[in-house]
Design a binder for this molecule. Structure first.
Ligand code: SF4
Length: 467
């Protein structure tokens, strides 16, 4: 599974906002490694710089100096492989209105075909769902609407997931969809008595890196508008009747462990997942190890609750970018070996409990188990800190079709046999919710099939983009 984007917006008169935005995007690099971009209002015009590559590849000190100004938005993006066209990188710009505007989006709209058709546009002429939103906003603004009115009009017609930042000459808007599928939080630069500016970002570590104070999360359907004079809040869209539905996989896998979501530090929730998993699915073993990165805190929790020693069994290469696999290599095995290497002396002869966050197709896990056995593991007992992944995601995560999801088509016993592990257990949904201390406030559609918002299939359309 791949996350699909991180967004940032900063208003800080007198501060070097482009360098601040660079640091914030750098902190959100895990949410998208395919392209990065920034838009500022400087010299009476909006300037956008974006390209394929990591944040550190796209921007230089010279570029950042050219992006001086008081307002900035930024974006890191992941898209499905094959759509590596830099023109689809964000922010997306339109010249509508007095100054034009730029927009950056984390999420995935599910009614793009219908939305485009209603406006007399062919969706195939758009670069992405974010490009379509920009086009629809531009139509409204060119017809005389203010950007705020256009946002209300267009976003009220959008189905699916969107945490968005939008910049024009005077302000930065930050909007979250009525379900709050993707995270978005607000922070303050400076002190309460001497405010130096405001920041919105997908995750709180992007605030920490700037020395900003976390203020609060943006509410579902809320729009926060930041100007040189401060912050105002509007309930732009009515919150969904089913309540907040933040993606449960932000806790399991996507978000940084140091992020705070719904008031919980993600690392703490992952450790609790491991503790509850150990109580639920105990096993006799010599060593508990996690699959880096998100499996490690869950493994620590498992070790604590089970009394089995915690240790490291895998080293992760942190510099994996785009890789190329020759046709004569086993694709999955080669990809796992590039990313992970076993610590043989820790593993040899040991009965291992291996804690991972999820199983999607199962082929990567199969290659991992084979690698551990080749390194001398006596037994490999898999413990997974999410329930079986049974349904595709339509809300901003790149997942395979149902036919390709291992758990959708096999029993746990069959999965265990296919993967080659000695035993396989998944945390129950009840225990996952308990670990996050939730009372149903998260989307868990890929685990239960209970989609809180319309899906493209229900709308008679197809998924055409995943930005
Ligand atoms: S379907 Fe799954 S991955 Fe997608 S938003 Fe819901 S919980 Fe997250």
């Amino acid at each position: 599974m791949k996350e699909a984007c991180g967004v940032v917006g900063i208003v800080a008169p007198g501060r070097d906002v482009s360098h601040l935005c660079y640091d914030a995007l750098y902190a959100l690099q895990h949410r998208g490694q395919e392209s990065a971009g920034m838009a500022t209002f400087v010299n009476e015009q909006i300037t956008v710089v974006k390209d394929n590559g990591l944040v550190s590849h796209v921007f230089t000190d010279t570029t950042l100096r050219a992006l001086a100004g008081s307002f900035v938005i930024g974006h890191t993006r992941y898209s499905t492989s094959g759509s590596a066209n830099w023109t689809a990188a964000q922010p997306v710009y339109r010249s509508a209105g007095a100054s034009g505007f730029a927009l950056a989006h984390n999420g995935n709209l599910t009614n793009t075909t219908e939305l485009a058709a209603l406006a007399g546009i062919s969706y195939t002429s758009m670069l992405s769902d974010s490009d379509l939103v920009a086009e629809l906003l531009a139509l409204d603004v060119n017809a005389g609407a203010s950007l705020t009115t256009a946002l209300r009009d267009v976003l009220s017609r959008c189905e699916g997931a969107f945490s968005m930042v939008i910049l024009d000459a005077h302000e930065v808007h930050a909007v979250r969809d009525p379900y709050g599928f993707r995270p978005l939080c607000l922070g303050r630069l400076g002190s309460v008595d001497a405010v130096e500016g405001w920041v919105v970002a997908s995750e709180s570590p992007a605030l920490d890196v700037l020395g900003a104070t976390f203020v609060r999360e943006i509410n579902p359907g809320e729009m926060v508008t930041i100007t040189k004079d401060g912050v105002t809040s509007t309930q732009l869209l009515a919150p969904a009747a089913v309540g907040e539905k933040l993606c449960i996989f932000e806790f399991v896998y996507f978000a940084r462990p140091d992020a705070y979501l719904m008031g919980h530090q993600v690392h703490t929730t992952r450790r609790r997942m491991g503790e509850l998993l150990a109580k639920q699915s105990s096993v006799t073993a010599d060593l508990v190890m996690g699959v880096p990165d998100s499996g490690v805190p869950a493994a620590e929790g498992f070790a604590k609750a089970s009394g089995i020693p915690f240790g490291y069994g895998l080293v992760k290469n942190r510099y994996i970018g785009r890789t190329f696999i020759s046709p004569d290599q086993d694709r999955r095995a080669a990809s796992v070996r590039r990313k992970l290497n076993p610590l043989r002396e820790n593993i040899e002869g040991q009965r291992l409990v291996v804690v991972d966050d999820s199983i999607v197709r199962g082929t990567t896990t199969q290659a991992l188990v084979r690698m551990l056995r080749d390194a001398g593991a006596a037994e490999v007992h898999l413990r997974i800190s999410s329930p079986p992944f049974m349904w595709p995601c339509y809300y901003g995560i790149d997942t395979p079709t149902r036919a390709e999801l291992l758990a959708a088509n096999h029993t746990i016993e069959e999965m265990n046999k296919f993967i080659g592990s000695d035993s396989l257990e998944f945390i129950s949904l009840e225990n996952l919710r308990a670990a996050i201390e939730l009372d149903g406030e998260c989307c868990d559609a890929c685990l239960t099939g209970n989609y809180p918002a319309p899906t493209p299939v229900a709308l008679g359309g197809v998924v055409t983009s995943r930005w």
